[in-house]
Unconditional design. Structure first.
Length: 89
């Protein structure tokens, strides 16, 4: 549209900046580092419950030494740590 603009270029520029700033979507300032742990077993599938119980057994068997536990389970240490966080162990 052609529209007359009263004022100078600086006013027009400032107005455009205002429009841009006021229509910006919200910015996420902080994203959680990890997902919250599952504290209740009721949302777990039977397979997940079994996996959680197995990890608990092997952690106790290995005196909670994660490197030994991951070796006995045949999974990487990072995978074990992820599952420990996921299941809240």
């Amino acid at each position: 549209q052609n529209q007359e603009w009263p004022g100078n270029l600086t006013e027009r520029y400032n107005f455009m900046q205002f429009l841009f700033a006021s229509n910006r979507p919200p910015i996420i300032e902080r994203w959680p580092d990890e997902l919250p742990a599952i504290t209740s077993d009721e949302h777990l599938t039977p397979l997940e419950r079994s996996e959680k119980k197995t990890i608990e057994i092997y952690l106790k068997k290995n005196s909670f030494v994660k490197s030994h536990t991951s070796r006995d389970l045949g999974i990487t240490l990072n995978t074990l740590k992820s599952k420990i966080r996921r299941y809240g162990l």
